[in-house]
Design a protein around this ligand. Structure first.
Ligand SMILES: [Zn+2]
Ligand SMILES: [Zn+2]
Length: 223
């Protein structure tokens, strides 16, 4: 077999979305056809459909990647981790403590105490994660929350944007730990600089593209 100088990709990438819980939070399962490994991105309330999908397709979750630690993205984390204990939970360092802090993760405001506990690993800005023969990059996009991150695969032209950027909107910045200007700047510098045809899969609402948001998002214009 001929040697290759570029990373090879395994099969066609598939991204299965699940809209879960009272806040209609989008969670994702990423896998490549012909490979049992998968990633779980965020675990909202009532995550059973995700767990069922993984079992039905005999997938093997290696990571549970968290875009941020607001309650609607971590409410099902304990249940998912219990179902797949070998999957490593990962989050940005700025929100590690939120996994044990109901006030910070906003569950206390809903009369809940969601405390899945410490992660297995942390995710730094620009960290590269290898999955299905592809390189995914962690992009820190703070503002909605201090440790919000997006996950970007250049090879597949897709970014999972959490609550930073939505189709025609942006994440809320009226929480005590949010900062509006920080979010605008982070979107302009870190997301709007991705290729125009990059698909954006947000934490709420329908998918979009970088080009569409740059040209029509009423909250944040291209620089
Ligand atoms: Zn959020
Ligand atoms: Zn959310």
């Amino acid at each position: 077999m001929r040697g290759m100088t570029h990373p090879t990709t395994t099969g066609t990438l598939r991204i299965q979305s699940f809209t879960l819980g009272p806040f209609a939070t989008n969670c994702y399962i990423i896998f490549a056809e012909g490979d049992p490994e998968c990633w779980i991105i965020d675990a909202s309330f009532e995550p059973e459909p995700m767990i069922d999908f993984i079992r039905t397709n005999t997938l093997r979750p290696s990571r549970i990647l968290l875009t941020h630690a607001h309650a609607d993205h971590i409410a099902g984390l304990t249940e998912v981790k219990d179902a797949f204990p070998e999957a490593r939970v990962a989050i940005h360092p700025d929100e590690v403590s939120w996994l044990s802090d109901p006030v910070a993760n906003l569950s206390a405001a809903q009369g809940l105490s969601i405390t899945p506990g410490p992660p297995d690993e942390t995710l730094d800005d620009n960290q590269q994660l290898t999955f299905a023969g592809r390189t995914w990059r962690v992009i820190h996009v703070p503002g909605h929350s201090p440790g919000s991150v997006c996950f970007y695969s250049e090879a597949d032209g897709v970014a999972i944007s959490g609550d930073a950027l939505f189709a025609g909107s942006i994440g809320r910045t009226d929480f005590p730990t949010s900062d509006h200007d920080t979010l605008i700047t982070a979107i302009q510098r870190r997301l709007y600089t991705l290729p125009d045809n990059t698909a954006v899969l947000p934490g709420h609402g329908p998918p979009t593209t970088i080009e569409r948001e740059k040209t029509s998002n009423p909250f944040v214009r291209a620089q």
